[in-house]
Structures are given as structure tokens and as C-alpha cells.
Design a protein around this ligand. Structure first.
Ligand code: DGY
Length: 323
């Protein structure tokens, strides 16, 4: 009998995804959070042919060095900053992620975060639940408009572009800062202006949305100095990866009213949230949920599982390999 490949799914996902994997493989499902430390991964990874990982699993070179039987790491996320892709490549391990299926959902979630932050919906709802609603107030919970404002997008990839399309429908102007300029045709269709210089770009943003991946170059791209280049009324939105923003500097800027507010879905030391962010004014804090819909999370799981089944079982499911 042919031996089934041994697969480690580091935490429970949709039944359909686990069901599909268990049909073709010998599947082990970890308990939520157990593999968020590399010692546990290092101890166990040698016993598996495939890994279906979460973005919270630190798969660095030291883990990969122990992965003597591993053929593929399929990350249940589009972002793959938790994986040392170069080390995997050197060891002949394929890496896959889950782009496209989450683009529109994440853009919707990010746009909802923009609206909630700009219009102070979290503070207003909290105050109502605390019993403080005493009727319509001409000057209560005043926010800003979106129409006529400038949305600046750092990282004009798939999600950045999907966000830009939504912002256009709300009457916003779009500017962007990116490693490379988009083709002119794409720029025209989005009606987006390219700013190669970060300082010029930041000084124009009414709302700044971070949509780039976390890399060595983007780590702490937003720090005390770059925050000081924003307008004092600017709103910062981050639904990409926490460490792109130096959280302590952001918290300080918010407390000193040096920027207008922030909407965050991701954190520098996730799941820790800087204590000063919890008390910062004009701030909406979400627990990394902008891609969280039933349809999208299931599709992400299926895409990751597909890469494992293709690599280890010679099947033909949709998937996306990075290497
Ligand atoms: C991703 O896929 O990288 C997201 O952060 C998960 O929602």
C-alpha cells in the first residue's frame, strides 16, 4: 500500500478543508496557537511531508533546518513574512500562499475600517452601550467626510487597487507610493497619481492606508519621523502587517494629537497590542479580521490545501506557489 503523506495543519480550519486533506493524507491537526512558537515546530517538523501553516507560525531558518522530509509549506494567508522563503528554497521546499481569493473581501474590510475610524463609530457605539445616548446632538461625535478627501495608498498591489476602486466610488482622490510605478493604463483606470517620494506623498494624505507586504524595507516604514510628515488631521489605516508601523511612535503621536486618528487591524507584536494604543483617542482597533468572511476564509484554506495535494499527491487543485 502506498504510504499517505504526513501533513501538519497547525490549527483547526473549516471542516471542508480538513476533510479534503484527510481524504488523501495522514493529517494531524494542532490545537489553536500551539505552533506559534518555533521550538515546538523545530521539535516536530521532521516528522512531516507537508505543513499547512498560519501567519502566526514562525517558520524561520532554524525551523526549516529541521524539516528534513518537508516538501511544501502552504501558508493560510496571502502574506508570508512568517516564512523564511529563501531558506525553504535552499532546502528544496516549495512555499505557497493564498492570493486573489481574499482581495475583494480584504478591501471591503479595510474600507469599513476607514469609515468606522473617520466617523468615530466605535467611540459612538461604546458610548451608547454605556447608556450615554441622550438624543441627537448637533456637535456629538463629529467625524470627517470621505468625499473630496485624498486617500494615500502605500502598496498598490491587488488589495491596494481594490481599495482604490472603492474609494473612487466615494468621491475620493487617490494617490499612491509603491516600489514600482503601475502601468499608465492601470493608473488611468484607477485615476491614481504616483508619488515616488515618500515625504511628498505623506504630506498629501488625508487618509493613509498601508497595503504593502512586510519586508526588510517596509519594517517600521511608518515611524516617528514619517508620522511627523503627515497632516495633523491625517488618519492612519493599517490592515497589512503590524511591524510596518512603529507602534510606540504611533501611540505617542495619537496621544499628543499629532495625527487625527488610526484604524488598525494588525499589530507589531500580535496578538499583543501596545497598551498606549488601547487608550489612544480616535482609534479603532480590530483583531486581524479584514479577510474574515466565511466564503473567503474557506477559499483561503482550500487554496492552501490544494498546494499540498498537488505537491504531495500529484493531484490538480487550484493553488499558488511562491517558489
Ligand atoms: C493575509 O492573508 O495575509 C491576511 O493578513 C489574513 O487575513
Amino acid at each position: 500500500m502506498v504510504k499517505k503523506p504526513r501533513v501538519l495543519l497547525t490549527e483547526p480550519v473549516f471542516e471542508e478543508v480538513a476533510g479534503l486533506l484527510s481524504k488523501h493524507t495522514e493529517l494531524t491537526i494542532g490545537q489553536r496557537g500551539t505552533y506559534n512558537n518555533k521550538e515546538k515546530l523545530k521539535d516536530e517538523i521532521g516528522g512531516y511531508d507537508a505543513l499547512l501553516s498560519m501567519l502566526s507560525n514562525p517558520i524561520d531558518r532554524s525551523v526549516i533546518e529541521q524539516a528534513d522530509n518537508l516538501k511544501i509549506i502552504a501558508n493560510h494567508a496571502v502574506g508570508f513574512n512568517n516564512i523564511d522563503v529563501e531558506a525553504a528554497k535552499q532546502k528544496g521546499i516549495r512555499v505557497a500562499n493564498t492570493p486573489d481569493v481574499l482581495t475583494e473581501t480584504t478591501a471591503e474590510g479595510t474600507f469599513a475600517l476607514i469609515l468606522a475610524t473617520v466617523r468615530k463609530f466605535s467611540d459612538a457605539e461604546r458610548s451608547l452601550r454605556e447608556g450615554a445616548f441622550d438624543g441627537w446632538h448637533p456637535t456629538g461625535f463629529l467625524g470627517a467626510d470621505l468625499h473630496g478627501q485624498t486617500l494615500g495608498i502605500i502598496g498598490m498591489g491587488r488589495i491596494g487597487q481594490a481599495l482604490a476602486r472603492r474609494a473612487r466610488c466615494f468621491g475620493m482622490s487617490i494617490i499612491y507610493h509603491n516600489r514600482t510605478r503601475l502601468p499608465l493604463e492601470t493608473e488611468r483606470s484607477l485615476d491614481a497619481r504616483f508619488y515616488p517620494n515618500l515625504e511628498d506623498f505623506l504630506s498629501e494624505c488625508d487618509i493613509l492606508s498601508i497595503n504593502c507586504p512586510l519586508t526588510d524595507e517596509t519594517h517600521h516604514l511608518i515611524n516617528a519621523q514619517t508620522l511627523s510628515q503627515l497632516k495633523p488631521t491625517a488618519i492612519l489605516i493599517n490592515a497589512s502587517r503590524g511591524p510596518i508601523v512603529e507602534e510606540a511612535a504611533l501611540a505617542q503621536a495619537l496621544h499628543e494629537n499629532r495625527i487625527g486618528g488610526a484604524g488598525l487591524d494588525v499589530y507589531e507584536f500580535e496578538p499583543e497590542v501596545h497598551p498606549l494604543l488601547l487608550t489612544a483617542p480616535n482609534t479603532v482597533l480590530l483583531p486581524h479580521i479584514t479577510s474574515a468572511t466565511n466564503k473567503t476564509r474557506k477559499a483561503m484554506g482550500m487554496l492552501a490545501a490544494g498546494a499540498i495535494l498537488n505537491t504531495c499527491c500529484g493531484l490538480d487543485y487550484p493553488c499558488n506557489y511562491i517558489t
